[in-house]
Design a protein around this ligand. Sequence first.
Ligand SMILES: [Zn+2]
Length: 122
Amino acid sequence: MSLNEIIQTYYEYFNKEKLPYIKCTNCGYVFYYPRAICPKCLSKKLSIMESKGEGEIYSETKFVNEKGQVTIVGLIRLEEGFMIYANILTNRLEDVSINKKVKVEFKEVIKGQKFPFFTTIS
Ligand SMILES: [Zn+2]
C-alpha cells in the first residue's frame, strides 16, 4: 500500500468514526502516523487495524490564548500500544491529567471530513 492509499484509508475510517492504526505483520510493531514502511524493521508488510479508541493521557499541555480560552493537546497512549497527538475536549479542566482514561470522539473539522479528538472518561 502506498502512503497516499494509507492516508486515504485513514480519512475513510475517520468518517466512519473509527480510529485506524498500522500493525507491521513482520515484526508486530504498532504505530499511528501513516507510513508505507515499518519504522522498526523497514518491512512493507503493513496492515491497517481498527483501534477500540480507548487509552490514557501520557502527557498533556494546556494552551491559553489572550482571551483566556484553553486548548489542551495531549499525547495519548492507546490500549493497542501506539501513541497519537490529539486535542482533548473537556468542560472540566481539572479532569485532564496524566494517566487519566480517555476515549476517541470524532468531529467534522472541515466540510465532509471528520477527525479524531479525545474526551476524558471516569
Ligand atoms: Zn516491522
